[in-house]
Structures are given as C-alpha cells and as structure tokens.
Design a protein around this ligand. Structure first.
Ligand code: MGD
Ligand code: MGD
Ligand code: SF4
Ligand code: MO
Length: 577
C-alpha cells in the first residue's frame, strides 16, 4: 500500500500527507512544507460512526444497502433527492451523482460557499481562474481582503516573509496584528472601499494606462461611476479614513501586488458586486497576466477537468432546498441541519421526509435526524484524486490503510448501479481518466494540463478579451443600528467537523459578562449562547463561528442577487440578557 496521500478536506492548502504507522505528517514538498493543520494532526482522535443504523438499531452494511434500495423503490423517481456537500473534496465523490442522475433523481445546484464572489469574478473576467500560491510567493505586497490565513490557509504564512502585508477585515485577526496596515472596516463596507481605491488611484494617475487601453478600455466610464459615491459620508459609514486609502496606495505603488480574497467579503446579497469592485481595482492596477500579481480567491478548482460523472438531471438549490417535496433524501458528505442557512426552516422541511439517509463520517445534527445511517470510509481507506483551489495540482489521494468500517462512495454507487442496471466503469478506469488530465512537472508534481501558470496572460475570457466593469450598483441606504453578525471559520473545526465552537464572541465594551448566557436574535430566529470576550472585534459586531450549533437559526435562506449563493451575513442581529 502507498504511504503518501493528500488531504481530503475542503481547504485552500491541499496538503500532501505522509502516513506512517497510523500517524499523519505533512510531506516535505514546497507547498506542504512538512506541517499539517490541527484538523489533520488530530484526525484519528475524532470518533467516527462505526456501524450502520436504521431507526436507531444497528444493522449490517448489507442490510443498510438493501434498505436504501427499498427506499428508492418505495417512491416515484422525482420524489428522490440527492444532496451532496463539501465533506470530502475528492473527484470520486461525484460517482454517486452519476447513479442518482441516471436513475432519475433530483440533484442540487446553488452554493453555500463562494458562489456570489465567483459570479462577480465571472461577470468581469469571463471566467474564474485562480492566482496560485506559487505566484503569491513572488509578490511584494499581499492584501488579505476578508481572508484569515492563520486559520484557513496556514501554508501561505511561510511564503509571506519580507512582504508588505495589508489586511482589510472587521476583525483584528492574527495577521492583522502584525500587518503593515490593518483597515478594520465595518462589515459589508468593502464595495465602497474598493470603489474609493479605484477613484483615488485614478486621481493620482497611479493606474496602469497601457493595460487599461488594451484590456479594460471602458475605464473612464467606470471612473465616472466611482465619482457618484459621496466621499465623506461613505467613508464615515464604512469607518475608513482618507489617510488609510492614501496609505494603501502608497504601499502598493509600483509593486507586485497579490490581492488574496476570502469568502468573508461575499456572504451578502450583493456579494458578486463586492468581488467585482475589488477585481476592478486590481484591473486598474494592471495586476492580471503578470508574474507575482493578481487576485486569489477560491477559483474554479476543477478547471479543465472533464468529469465522467456529470449526467443531466433536474437540480434544485442547496440554499433553500424544499426537502418536504421528496420522500427519500440521500445526504452525502454534508451536515445541512447545521450548515445550510435558516436551520429552523431546514428542520421543519426535513421533518416531513419519509426516508432521510445520511452517508457520512461523524455523528451530528443530520445523523440525529436520519432514519438510515451509512458510515463512509474516510479518505485514508479509499483511493481518490483531487484538484486544488490554490494550486494547479492534481494530487493522488491514495488508500494508505485498511479498514472494515463503512463503505466508499464508489462501492456504494456500484451496488446501486448493479441493482438498478445503470452503467458504471471500474474504479480504476475512472481514476485513470482523472489522472490523464495531469502532466508531470520537473519538480515531480502532477499539474492539471492546460492551465496557464499566470492566469489571463492573453487577456480576459470575455467575448472581446476585455474586462467588463460594473455599470451600476444599488446603494445600501438603509442604516440600521442592530449589530452585524459575522460567521467566519474557526481554527478548531472545519465547518461542522472536528471540535466545534459553542460561544458567541463580543467586544467587552458592550457590557455583557464573560460566561453569561445571552439570546441572539434576527428576523429569522433566535439562539442562546454563552458570551466570550474578544476585543479584536468591533463593538458593532457579533461573532459566531461557522459550525457553532444553531448559528444558522439566525441566517436567511434567500439567495445572493447573483451566483445562487447563501448570504450568511445579510441579517443583522440583536442581543439580550
Ligand atoms: N480552520 C478552518 N479552515 C477552513 C475552514 C474551517 O471551517 N476551519 N473552512 C474551509 C472552507 S469551507 C472555506 S470556504 C474557507 C474559507 O476561508 P476564509 O476565506 O478565510 O473565510 P472566513 O473565515 O469565513 O472569512 C475570512 C475573514 O473574513 C472576515 N470578514 C467577515 N465579514 C467581512 C466583511 O464584510 N468584509 C471583510 N473585508 N472581511 C470580512 C472575517 O472576519 C474573517 O477573518 O476556509 C476553509 N478552511
Ligand atoms: N453561518 C455559516 N454557515 C456556513 C458557513 C459560514 O461561513 N457561516 N460556511 C459555509 C461553507 S463555506 C461551507 S463549504 C459549508 C460546509 O457545509 P458542509 O458541506 O455540510 O460541511 P461540513 O460541516 O464540513 O460537514 C461535512 C460532512 O461530511 C462528512 N464527510 C467527511 N468526509 C467524508 C467522506 O469521505 N465521505 C462521506 N460520504 N462523507 C464525508 C462528515 O461526516 C461531515 O459531517 O457550510 C456553509 N455554512
Ligand atoms: S491545512 Fe488544509 S489541506 Fe492542509 S492538512 Fe489542514 S485541512 Fe488539510
Ligand atoms: Mo466553503
């Protein structure tokens, strides 16, 4: 058996892992750099589900599969929903999509993660190509814009040595504390900040005129749009000073700049416009198609990969899924009862489903509700292959150990395909199909064939190769003195996996005591949590980490205006004793 594999988690870093006598270690390659994060360092300490269950009773795996088959036979095909989440990033996870789609079930579309930002990027550039870590490494200035690298991309940190760091985040994150400049912006102020940066860059002629003439010739019109924003009132409203704008422009002047964005900026209905305004600023600076420059986001991680599992199917959104319409709901690699927005709605909707099947690793809110539980095999016990958000890698996720617990996605799908006579090739053939997308590089790594090292070197992917600037925007002129809810990622959990947070974090100046229980309420619901103080927060913010049980009682299941994404930070909240 192989002893090298790759991390399965939905994370920017895509570490290569060496498996030695039951221990996981970071490989010594340039991107993993010999270390893993807390999730993988303690991966074996998290208890997984060891036996299938039906209505609370332990059953054999064979019986579980038979029951699943009976459930699929017991209803019409359009009463079956396949709901797959982000629990494992392997490409072979999608094999079950192929079965369910071929069988006539409904699948999902929409996005709980990065879809609003992605939509904004595509509107401007025509595609969502990523700036890889290897290019960020070559930059001179890195702007972390709504991204928290100590928590969510720790493998970027060693690459930042000697760089100028600018952070734009309502939280004084760890990187903000040592940055050359931290703008502790009011949540959701990013659109205006980006517009203002472009405007002042224009005024001081700091823009890349040649680049703009070639690739973004409508820039004068865009400049006029930036002029419609009132400077003083807007800056006051987002809590940014003219001095800070000047400082950003001074720090980046003539430098190779990487703008490293996270999902923090786009958990709002206008998330697409926010990302597009940041992109426009990058275009003004001429940051595309040049070494060490660009905008990093989650990116289209499956660029150039053709999936053999894509089968046409009816799809409904995973943001506001109407579970009650279905009789059998098969949930794979997801914990929708915690991670979807508007938990109270999800609970009510799922309570009406006759057969809820949970196919996953850990006990959680969704396994609690499920009628049938089928344990999955973790990535250590099955073969898979993955791409990356942050690099162009194609990494083998080799099976490194043997376990009798659970079943892999391929084997579960193979059982269903056989029972319902759906065509399926061998696991090896699919793995080979994916591997064939790779080319070996001099350093030994396998990279996805056909991806440009420096994205947009030949211009943008729009019809005429030019960047498409925003032409109008809706102003948010609805001042409201309730508090902002921000729900970033915790260092201890990966969304609802691993060690989940239990508290609400507040600035101590709000007058609540540490340890006191308070009620947080929004127009969607309420939640009671214990207070922890954190003076790195703005006093107008309430922070509850993603993965905290009940956080999504507070959030809305409306879609973003573009991108069919969840908008976890749209609702403002009140807090009471
Ligand atoms: N440890 C850990 N790592 C993870 C995950 C995890 O749960 N735990 N989850 C993984 C997943 S699924 C994803 S999508 C990525 C996401 O990783 P990131 O992109 O880093 O996302 P977040 O932590 O949600 O938000 C990043 C930062 O945005 C800030 N922020 C919030 N609101 C705003 C705003 O309005 N404006 C600005 N400028 N900043 C704002 C937050 O304070 C936070 O510091 O992380 C992945 N990695
Ligand atoms: N309030 C708020 N809510 C959020 C977010 C937020 O920032 N704030 N973030 C959103 C984001 S960015 C994301 S990506 C989603 C994530 O939401 P989910 O996709 O629901 O992800 P997890 O909570 O990580 O749960 C994944 C489940 O996958 C299962 N699993 C792990 N490995 C495997 C495997 O190999 N096979 C199978 N079959 N199952 C496996 C585990 O049992 C785990 O319970 O949450 C979203 N929800
Ligand atoms: S940093 Fe990300 S890719 Fe690396 S081990 Fe941790 S979760 Fe996996
Ligand atoms: Mo995500």
């Amino acid at each position: 058996m192989n002893d090298i594999t790759a991390c399965s988690l939905d994370c920017y870093d895509t570490c290569t892992i060496a498996y030695k006598d039951g221990k996981l270690e970071g490989a010594k390659d340039w991107h993993t750099q010999g270390f893993l994060c807390p999730h993988m360092n303690h991966y074996d300490k998290y208890e997984t589900i060891t036996a299938p269950r039906y209505k609370g009773e332990e059953i054999s795996l064979q019986r579980a599969l038979e029951l699943l088959k009976e459930m699929l036979l017991s209803c019409k095909k359009d009463e079956i929903l396949h709901y797959r989440g982000n629990g494992n990033f392997g490409l072979m996870q999608e094999v079950s999509d192929h079965f369910f789609a071929s069988f006539g079930a409904t699948l999902t579309d929409g996005n709980l993660c990065d879809g609003a930002g992605e939509a904004g990027i595509i509107e401007g550039r025509g595609s969502n190509k990523n700036m890889p870590f290897s290019e960020i490494k070559k930059s001179e200035v890195v702007i972390f814009w709504g991204r928290n690298p100590h928590t969510t991309s720790s493998h970027l940190l060693p690459l930042l040595k000697d760089k100028t760091i600018i952070v734009i985040d309502p939280v004084k994150t760890k990187i903000a504390k040592t940055a050359d400049l931290h703008i502790q912006i009011k949540p959701r102020g990013d659109f205006y900040l980006a517009m203002m940066l472009s405007r002042f860059l224009h005024i001081e002629h700091g823009y890349d005129e040649e680049f703009l003439q070639n690739y973004a010739s409508e820039y004068q019109d865009f400049y006029e749009l930036t002029q419609t924003i009132r400077i003083k009132a807007t800056l006051e409203n987002i809590d940014v000073t003219l001095g800070q704008i000047g400082k950003v422009l001074e720090l980046i002047r003539g430098k190779k700049v990487a703008i490293v964005c996270g999902v923090g900026i786009q958990k709002y209905s206008d998330g697409a416009d926010i990302m597009r305004a940041i992109d426009a600023f990058a275009v003004y600076l001429g940051l595309f198609g040049k070494e060490g420059c660009g905008v990093a986001y989650l990116g289209h991680s499956k660029e150039k990969i053709v999936s053999p599992f894509y089968t046409k199917a009816k799809r409904i959104s995973k943001v506001n899924t109407d579970f009650a319409k279905f009789k059998t709901v098969f949930i794979q690699g997801a914990n929708p009862l915690s991670q979807m927005p508007d938990t109270l709605r999800v609970k009510e909707s799922l309570s009406q489903v006759e057969n809820v099947v949970y196919f996953g690793l850990y006990e959680n809110e969704t396994s609690d509700r499920a009628d049938l539980i089928i344990p999955a095999k973790s990535f250590l016990y099955k073969n898979d292959i993955r791409t990356s958000y942050a690099n162009n890698f194609l990494l083998n996720m080799n099976k490194v150990a043997q376990s009798d617990v659970g079943i892999s996605e391929y084997n579960l799908s193979a059982y269903l395909c056989k029972e319902f006579t759906v065509e399926l090739q061998s696991e090896e053939e699919y793995l080979k199909h994916f591997k064939n997308h790779g080319v070996q590089k001099i350093d030994g790594s396998l990279q996805v064939e056909g991806i440009e090292e420096i994205p947009y070197a030949e211009g943008f992917d729009t019809d005429d190769g030019e960047f498409v600037f925003l032409e109008e925007f809706d102003t948010d002129s609805n001042p409201d003195d309730r508090l902002f809810l921000i729900t970033p990622k915790s260092p201890h959990s990966l969304n609802s996996q691993f060690k989940r947070e239990k508290s609400v974090y507040l600035n101590s100046s709000l007058g609540f005591d540490e340890g006191e229980r308070i009620t947080v309420s929004s127009s969607n619901g309420t939640l009671s949590l214990e207070v922890k103080h954190n003076d790195d927060l703005r006093p107008d913010c309430v922070l509850i980490y993603s993965g905290t049980a009940g956080v999504n009682n507070l959030t809305s299941s409306k879609h973003s205006l573009d991108g069919k994404n969840a908008i976890y930070q749209e609702n403002k909240v009140e807090i009471n004793r």
